[in-house]
Design a binder for this molecule. Structure first.
Ligand code: DGJ
Length: 698
């Protein structure tokens, strides 16, 4: 049984290897008692309390709560804040009702005076060792209730010595992993950008002595792409409190009588085997439950994308020439990025006018698509649905369709305004225009971009009293649009991009088949970005392209290293194939062929981060499945004449034999040997790399 109840007051959520336990304590408060390695016997917790420290504030401040609410002598950050009609702002409940439906537990906390309840939902994913939490606030009375804050979940961890990990990114440098000790006070990770953003991710990772394979790791990912907030507080009563959910800075929701509000969900997990296990559990959860079903178990095609090759200067003949060369290299999906639609000569015009530019494509997209299809490739385009340039017909016709304040200049980002995605008319228009595009052209793939941050939170379609709901509604509007397009065009593959990786989150995963992690395609930078990205996100969702050097770090990296770096994810090519030598093209084709042979293992297997350039000379990682292990090893710079490098694999079957080749020498070794003794590799100079395929012998 995944959910157990003892004496009507003790609740245990059991996964294959973990337990999550809470109770309704003597004061009637939902108190979190335990989260960690599995403890089978629920009644062991019957006399447990988390009040370990004697303090001068009694009650909820000093215990790990399931749903702390502002007030009632709580001084910590709380997960709920509201106002009843008469100004009372603390929610008080005593005890709970509960329901169990399969693997879902619902706890109903009712206010002791007002007609208002908070429903705490818990869903157990046994095999994935993950618990999903979400909340519903319900106004069962007649008077309105104002919700100022409602997080998705609260997690209490007993004791101290915790370290928290998140990213500290920016455009071109997303997913830079950082770590802090949380010894006192609060650490806040948040986005106010209007989307999850480049900086921090809507997630938490908290650990004690965590390494890839050892240590206790607690983690959670939020199923939301909008402004979020994660607060990790070392409460002065001897525990760490973690809150995650919608950012309360730009949120307020008025619940009229009979109305309810549902938060996004957070998926939380515990591993006593370090970060690797966390990654594996999240990947399983994603594939089994979150990724769009149609493509969840399919490998992604090798794509070509024109952005770095032609930027906005898209011409039909040149794209056809690129497509022919892309096909020669083994590409399976040809994508024109930005620049194909009316007026789009640069980033100052055109967004909103989603019609094929007849100057660039006098006969529409059809001649290009025909060639692409004849060459055996699929075809895709780039769009940026949520945006409009002031220099566009759409804006000239509907200036009221953007977020703005009446008496202020509307601020621009990348020369564009944000369409008001809270306005049903806007969503209907966009649905119809993209439905038309997808119906009239044989388009198999969409790269959905979003290239600016939010500014004004004002909408002509909402009364100003509701503007505090815009941040939330905007995200729901985006979800609605993509849901509609996906349901009308279920075969189309959708990739999420937002100036690189600003919309990589577990909310977008339900709607997109893959993500673009960063515009930074420098193969060395990418190794670091990809390593940290892979902590939380599946390899398949990590598009990685080979491009020309576009000047980010002004360094020259050999093709082998660059290809290997891109082959660590879902491979794409973005070099200007019209300008490269035949020899380079053939080499790229060879790598693409090698990739295709093992991509199922890379995209769908289990990732093991063996060595990191953050800790030493090498980055080494392997991807394992039933048939093989694919090992990548990267040396950025040789140091002190060292040439031989030892790499120990992980995750192999001890007793199985693996056949592999290093240079021209073939070897057969047991899994135990490869994991204990390892492989000795010779890597030299700057930017040396290897891909070694270890085939499991049947
Ligand atoms: C930003 C994206 O991250 C790039 O890959 C590219 O699609 C450009 N936008 C196009 O404007």
């Amino acid at each position: 049984m995944s959910i157990e109840v003892y004496q009507e007051r003790l609740f245990t959520l059991q996964t294959a290897h973990t337990s999550y336990v809470f109770c309704i304590n003597e004061q009637g408060i939902a108190e979190n008692l335990y989260w960690g390695k599995k403890i089978q016997r629920t009644e062991d917790f019957a006399d447990v309390s988390t009040q370990h420290v004697f303090v001068n504030v009694n009650g909820p401040q000093s215990i790990q709560e399931e749903c702390s609410s502002y007030g009632s002598m709580r001084y910590k950050e709380t997960s709920l804040r509201l106002q009843f009609f008469d100004g009372v702002d603390d929610f008080r409940y005593r005890g709970c009702e509960y329901k169990i439906d399969g693997n879902v537990l619902e706890i109903v906390l009712k206010d002791i005076f007002y007609s208002f309840s908070v429903h705490l939902f818990y869903q157990v994913f046994e095999e994935e060792d993950i618990i999903k939490k979400w909340r519903v606030a319900e106004n069962t009375g007649k008077e309105p209730v104002i919700l100022d804050r409602i997080y998705s979940g609260e997690f209490g961890l007993f004791g101290s010595g915790y370290r928290a990990i998140n990213y500290n990114g920016r455009w071109g440098a997303e997913f830079l992993r950082e770590e802090d000790s949380i010894t006192y006070g609060k650490k806040v990770y948040e986005s106010l950008y209007g989307l999850s953003g480049h900086t921090v991710n809507p997630a938490f990772i908290v650990h004690r002595d965590g390494t890839e394979t050892t240590g206790e790791v607690y983690y959670g990912v939020l199923e939301y792409s909008g402004d979020f907030k994660t607060v990790i507080e070392a409460v002065n009563c001897g525990y760490l409190n973690i809150l995650i959910g919608i950012n309360d800075t730009d949120f307020q929701w008025k619940l009229a009588g009979g109305e309810s509000f549902t938060t996004p969900a957070v998926y939380g997990g515990y591993s006593d085997q370090g970060f690797q296990e966390m990654t594996h559990c999240l990947t399983r959860l994603s594939r089994n439950y979150l990724m769009p079903k149609k493509k969840a178990n399919q490998v992604l095609p090798v794509l070509y994308n024109s952005w770095y090759a032609t930027l906005f200067d898209v011409k039909c003949d040149e794209q056809i020439a690129l497509a022919r060369k892309a096909a020669d290299t083994g590409v399976e999906l040809f994508v024109i990025d930005d620049g194909w639609f009316t007026g789009r000569k640069n980033d100052k015009a055109g967004l909103g006018d989603w019609f094929v530019d007849r100057e660039k494509f006098p006969q529409g997209l059809e001649p290009l698509i025909r060639v692409v299809n004849e060459l055996g490739m699929k075809f895709g385009v780039w769009i940026e649905p949520e945006m409009v340039n002031p220099d566009s017909d759409l804006y000239r016709e509907h200036p009221e369709w953007i977020y703005c304040y009446k008496n202020r200049e509307v601020l621009m980002g990348r020369n564009q305004y944000m369409l008001d995605m809270t306005n049903g008319e806007v969503i209907d228009y966009l649905t119809q225009i993209f439905h038309k595009l997808l119906s009239e052209n044989k388009i198999d793939y969409i790269k959905w971009d979003m290239n600016r941050y939010a500014a004004e939170r004002g909408s002509a379609s909402l009364p100003k009293e509701e503007w505090q709901t815009i941040a939330w509604r905007n995200t729901q509007g985006v979800y609605t649009l993509i849901e509609r397009l996906r349901s009308r065009h279920p075969e189309v593959e959708f990739e999420a991009c937002a100036s690189g990786g600003a919309r990589v989150d577990y909310g977008a995963m339900r709607y997109f088949d893959e993500y673009w992690p960063s515009d930074n395609t420098d193969p060395l930078d990418r190794l670091m970005i990809q390593e940290s990205y892979s902590y939380l996100y599946p390899v398949k969702y990590m598009r990685a392209w080979l491009t020309d050097d576009f000047g980010m770090n002004r360094r020259k990296i050999p093709l082998a290293f660059s290809m290997h770096s891109a082959m660590c994810g879902s491979l794409g090519i973005g070099v200007n194939l019209n300008q490269i030598s035949e020899e380079d093209k053939e080499q790229i084709a060879d790598y693409v062929q090698q990739y295709k042979e093992v991509r199922a293992t890379i995209q769908m297997g289990e990732l093991y981060r063996l060595q990191s350039l953050q800790d030493g000379d090498l980055q080494a990682l392997c991807y394992n499945d039933e048939d093989r292990s694919v090992l990548f090893v990267f040396l950025d710079h040789q140091r002190y004449g060292a040439t031989c490098h030892e790499v120990k694999l992980r995750g192999l079957c001890e007793d199985a034999l693996y056949r592999y080749k290093i240079e021209e020498t073939e070897a057969v070794k047991s899994g135990a040997y490869l994991m204990q003794q390892g492989i000795l590799l010779k890597l030299q100079g700057d930017y040396d790399s290897r891909m070694i395929i270890l085939e499991k012998q049947k």
